[in-house]
Design a protein around this ligand. Structure first.
Ligand SMILES: *Cc1c(COP(=O)(O)O)cnc(C)c1O
Length: 214
């Protein structure tokens, strides 16, 4: 990663969306050491990854790590995220924080959820297993599949364009994401890992569509 940006704040989503890829902690560490400003590492997907950069927020003066309960805890409905960093950086954020706090029910649900790591880990484990299975099948279908460290897959279909496949799936009420005709994204789809039955339904439809030669 180059570090010669003349920016005072750098947002790094790691693991990344929508590519699903993870920069290793050592790569991120050498980047934050070279970068002059503050690096905010968005770890929304980190519980699905093999490594986290939380240590860097605890040991480096210019690093913040942001997390959310919306993904691995399946608690998007409570809308809670948090940020970890040294006293000065967190203090600076308090200066611009809204005076009204996160509501009490949200705080209580978050507290209970964070204390119950077993439930979160079981949730993650199930998604990671399904991710592995779907990846294998998509590769057999001839898709290119990025090595996901998240709860979704970044895939390049074969035999059919990403856009056409998106349309076909939508007609069958299966919703994946297509990011439009930007050169970097036009050949790819982002497929969120749902429940196993949902994913089997997707795989069945794909088998059917691909065998039609559409
Ligand atoms: C989901 C997500 C967040 C946090 O979302 P909230 O639901 O608002 O907590 C942050 N960054 C990325 C990249 C995400 O995917």
């Amino acid at each position: 990663m180059p570090a010669d940006y003349s920016a005072s704040l750098f947002f790094l989503t790691n693991p990344n969306a929508p590519t699903s890829l993870l920069y290793s902690k050592s790569t991120v560490e050498s980047f934050v050491n070279k970068f002059n400003g503050v690096v905010l590492i968005d770890e929304a997907y980190v519980d699905f990854a093999k490594e986290s950069c939380m240590d860097l927020a605890l040991s480096n003066k210019n690093v913040l790590v942001a997390r959310t309960l919306s993904k691995s805890y399946s608690l998007a409905g409570i809308r809670l995220g948090y940020c970890v960093g040294n006293v000065e950086l967190i203090g600076a954020m308090y200066k611009i924080k809204d005076s009204y706090n996160v509501n009490y029910l949200t705080q209580e649900i978050a507290r209970v959820a964070i204390l119950d790591q077993d439930t979160m880990k079981a949730n993650v484990q199930a998604i990671v297993e399904t991710r592995k299975l779907v990846t294998k099948q998509l590769v057999e279908f001839g898709f290119e599949v990025a090595e996901s460290e998240t709860n979704f897959l970044w895939v390049k279909p074969s035999k059919i364009s990403a856009q056409s496949l998106f349309e076909v799936l939508k007609k069958k009420k299966i919703f994946v994401r297509y990011f439009g005709d930007d050169l970097r994204t036009k050949d790819y789809l982002r497929i969120t890992i749902g429940t196993a039955p949902e994913m089997f339904q997707l795989l069945d439809v794909l088998a059917e569509v691909l065998s039609d030669g559409k």
